[in-house]
Design a protein around this ligand. Structure first.
Ligand SMILES: Nc1nc2c(c(=O)[nH]1)N[C@H]1C(S)=C(S)[C@@H](COP(=O)(O)OP(=O)(O)OC[C@H]3O[C@@H](n4cnc5c(=O)[nH]c(N)nc54)[C@H](O)[C@@H]3O)O[C@H]1N2
Ligand SMILES: Nc1nc2c(c(=O)[nH]1)N[C@H]1C(S)=C(S)[C@@H](COP(=O)(O)OP(=O)(O)OC[C@H]3O[C@@H](n4cnc5c(=O)[nH]c(N)nc54)[C@H](O)[C@@H]3O)O[C@H]1N2
Ligand code: SF4
Ligand SMILES: [Mo]
Length: 750
């Protein structure tokens, strides 16, 4: 049962005056851990419904929620919820209008821009926060109705480097190719550039086993909340300067190869390219790596030996060893190579696809995994099919009922899409669904200028985000608990997110919006608006593809059956031998047990060159960015939750006391950081757990506190991932914190 029957609590005021309550099992609106929660609705006779969430039993969260999840229901009842479409008038003001007027305007402007400048004059920007059904329908809408090649999504800022690296090494990309609960038994976990204790707090339960065995190793330039979990006997913390990870990993690989820790039999049997990778590793002696990364050669050797011994024991049947990466190592101009180096290390140690452990990347957004295989990427069709592959194109043409030649080719990746809008051949119209690019894209000042210069900006959101505030048309849409959908979590597990509450009058589902726009743009294609029908179409679309959902059954998901892709139709039986949980399992919980996904079944090592050269660490102050526990992404949602806003209301700059002394900065005082790109101002937070060459800022804040005013347009050549985490800067005291702090405080909490 997913919904409990209404009950009438006894007590004072019972009888006809008593409130009714009902509960729905669902999952959190925010991150990829997709913690299970019970949403309880209390209906009062004379007042608005109350909503409350509580953690529910589920393998990833085991009943717990973080502070964001626990307060998620507050957004359902906020006064500043958008309830009518907004249209910008000739005077420049956004005003409420009706749906017909808004959608007529959007359709007419799309048609006019395309008539004048061609199909690619209109772009589409999607999100890893969208359900599978919405991500799929958005890709279909862009490719068939708008007919544009210019679609990409915010996963480009998030998962692209790890995704590219996994595809190159393993032949496909499923962030964690094993259930999260496999970590529980680990002897050793090497966690690179991930701060799960703040970004996925319930995840920490799965690190406990490794901590008890002294085997948690965290690599981060900061003593993050997660790095602090290594204190005592729990493990150790390695702090390279930002961007030093690739060299560090290659040096560790050298020690592993030189000291005979490599899994020779496994490599011979399952992996190609060892000789090429050996060359990469041999370029980096620990002593050289020390200069380049700021990590002592002895610590590098110690790290390699710890991993080598632990992996040898794991291969002999002992507790497993896992290597995990997060955004800290991936959001760099060499992020793909760095993730690839982490995978290479795992392969050298004989871990992936065995009971001895594995490699995984920790997907970030709620549907960051599903979002990257449903066809909203610039080069991809549903099922992680390639938009360049004739067979993949032909399959999708048949499913959609279009001519194969009508499916566009590869469009611009997200940062390029946003940064070329001011050039002659960039898009002139943009539809944004589920991203607040005005704050979250690199070189944000340029992005905002470009948004303002567009002929048409349409933003769908439930709040007036900083991006929506720049739009010509704002479309109010449904929130997580107001609509049905499926999400694919960081484990590759497909979940039901359920409608639990009635939406207010006004907002519409995005599935309806695209179906309606399709009609207005004279498309005759079928755009189902029921999520179950879209899910069925996803099954047909992905049948036989890499990310095959065709055997997944909506009704079985409804019963709470654990379901992992790939699950080809006709192969629905449980993957029993591969599970450690008591749950009935459908699909492939653990991948690569027999073979990797390349046609020959072998994984690939390659030569990886560290472009950083031997530029010494520590000479330059480097700005890196990330997250606070209380805020989510651009903060568009969490800055509107009273408790979260109060916990961290203002932008901050974390730095070492020695840096503060050098530049005349004091705790709690404003300081301004400057890069070639721009400036940001935040309040100084002193932390002796930071390297003295590193300044850290969260990217959750608007105005002068926008961290992405500092970041550059540099992207990784392989993944097109922007470099969010390594910008040279200078720092100085500031007069005031220019963000409208007082205004924010008044405006935000209800
Ligand atoms: N509270 C909260 N939770 C979230 C989110 C959120 O916005 N807020 N977002 C969700 C999403 S979409 C994502 S992608 C995940 C991200 O989750 P994480 O990857 O954990 O997030 P970050 O804070 O971006 O980066 C992690 C760590 O990388 C470190 N770091 C910075 N530069 C470097 C470097 O050069 N090398 C190394 N080794 N480390 C570095 C930072 O100090 C930080 O502690 O979180 C998800 N969960
Ligand atoms: N400097 C720096 N920048 C970064 C990062 C970093 O570490 N450092 N991390 C990057 C990463 S990993 C990510 S994932 C991005 C995230 O950054 P964004 O893509 O900006 O993500 P959010 O802030 O979650 O914005 C989502 C917006 O969509 C709305 N929304 C939520 N659900 C839906 C929906 O179903 N439909 C519609 N239409 N709207 C919805 C929300 O209200 C919100 O306004 O930021 C990236 N930017
Ligand atoms: S860890 Fe992620 S999924 Fe879990 S409650 Fe927090 S934000 Fe939600
Ligand atoms: Mo992300």
């Amino acid at each position: 049962m997913t919904e409990t029957a209404p009950t009438t609590p006894a007590g004072p005021g019972s009888g006809s005056e008593a409130p009714q309550t009902r509960s729905v099992q669902t999952h959190c609106p925010y991150c990829a851990l997709q913690c299970a929660m019970t949403l309880t609705v209390t209906s009062w006779p004379d007042a608005a419904d109350d909503y409350a969430v509580a953690g529910a039993e589920f393998p990833t969260n085991r009943g717990r929620l973080c502070r964001k999840g626990a307060t998620a229901a507050e957004l359902l009842t906020r006064d500043d919820r958008l309830t009518a479409p907004l249209l910008r008038g000739a005077d420049g003001e956004l005003r409420e209008t009706d749906w017909d007027a808004a959608l007529d305007h959007v359709a007419a402007r799309i048609a006019a821009l395309q008539a004048e400048h061609g199909r690619d004059a209109v772009g589409v920007f999607g999100s890893g926060g969208l359900t599978n059904e919405k991500a799929y329908a958005l890709g279909k809408f862009a490719r068939t109705v708008v007919g544009t090649a210019q679609i990409d999504y915010n996963g480009r800022f998030c998962m692209s480097s790890a995704s590219k690296a996994s595809t190159l090494a393993f032949g496909l990309d499923r962030g964690m190719p094993f259930p999260l609960t496999d970590l529980d038994d680990a002897a050793t976990i090497l966690l690179l550039g991930s701060n799960v204790a703040d970004t996925m707090p319930p995840f920490v339960q799965h690190l406990q086993g490794a901590r008890e065995k002294g085997g948690l190793i965290v690599v981060d330039p900061r003593r993050s909340t997660t790095a602090a979990l290594t204190e005592g006997e729990a493990g150790f913390h390695v702090a390279p300067s930002p961007g030093g990870d690739l060299v560090l990993l290659l040096a560790v690989a050298q020690v592993i190869l030189e000291e005979g820790f490599a899994a020779e039999d496994y490599l011979a049997e399952r992996v190609d390219g060892l000789a090429a990778f050996r060359r990469s590793a041999m370029r980096w002696w620990p002593e050289q790596a020390q200069t380049a990364t700021g990590v002592g050669a002895d610590l590098i050797r110690q790290l390699a030996r710890r991993l080598g011994h632990a992996a040898a024991r794991a291969r002999a049947g002992g507790d497993p060893v896992f290597i995990l990466t997060g955004r800290g190592v991936e959001q760099h101009r060499d992020g793909t190579d760095t993730a690839r180096a982490a995978i290479s290390l795992a392969l050298l140690l004989g871990l992936p696809g065995t009971a001895a452990g594995g490699y995984g990347t920790l997907t970030g957004q709620g549907n960051g995994q599903g979002g990257r295989e449903m066809g909203q990427k610039n080069d991809q069709l549903p099922g992680a099919r390639s938009i360049l592959d004739p067979a993949d194109r032909a399959h999708m043409a048949e499913i959609w009922g279009v001519d194969e030649a009508a499916i566009p080719g590869v469009g611009r990746p997200a940062a390029q899409l946003l940064h070329t809008m001011d050039t002659g051949d960039g898009v002139r119209g943009l539809l944004v669904h589920g991203s607040n690019v005005a704050l979250s894209a690199p070189d944000a000042d340029r992005v905002v200028e470009n948004l303002r210069a567009l002929d048409l900006l349409v933003v769908a959101d439930f709040f007036l985000s900083e991006t929506a505030a720049e739009a010509d048309v704002v479309l109010p849409v449904l929130q997580w608990a107001e609509e049905e959908g499926t999400m694919t979590s960081l484990e590759g597990r497909v979940l039901r997110r359920r409608r639990a509450v009635d939406p207010p009058a006004g907002p519409r589902s995005e599935l309806e919006i695209w179906a309606d726009l399709a009609r207005r743009l004279a498309s005759v294609l079928d755009f189902p608006i029921e999520p179950a029908a879209v899910f069925a179409e996803i099954g047909r679309a992905t049948r036989g593809a890499t990310a095959d959902y065709s055997g997944l059954d909506y009704a079985a998901l409804d019963d709470g059956q654990a379901a992992y892709w790939p699950l080809p139709a006709g192969a629905e039986e449980a993957d029993e031998e591969h599970t450690t949980t008591d749950e009935p399992i459908a699909g492939t919980a653990r991948m690569f047990r027999e073979r990797f996904a390349h046609p020959d079944g072998r994984a690939r090592l390659t030569d990886i060159r560290a472009g950083r050269g031997i530029a010494p660490a520590g000479r330059q102050l480097v700005f890196t960015t990330g997250r606070l526990m209380e805020h989510y992404q651009s903060g568009a949602q969490t800055r509107r939750v009273q408790e979260l806003h109060a916990a961290h209301p203002e932008p901050t700059l974390q730095l070492h006391p020695a840096v503060a002394a050098q530049f005349g900065l004091a705790e709690g005082e404003p300081a301004t950081v400057t890069s070639d790109q721009g400036e940001m101002t935040g309040l100084v937070v002193l932390d002796d757990g930071l390297r003295t060459d590193t300044v850290f800022a969260p990217f959750h804040f608007p105005g002068a506190g926008t961290a992405n005013r500092i970041t550059r347009g540099l992207t990784d050549p392989q993944s097109k991932m922007p470099e969010f985490k390594n910008t040279p800067v200078s720092i100085r005291p500031a007069e005031t914190l220019e963000t409208p702090a007082a205004e924010t405080t008044e405006e935000l909490p209800r």
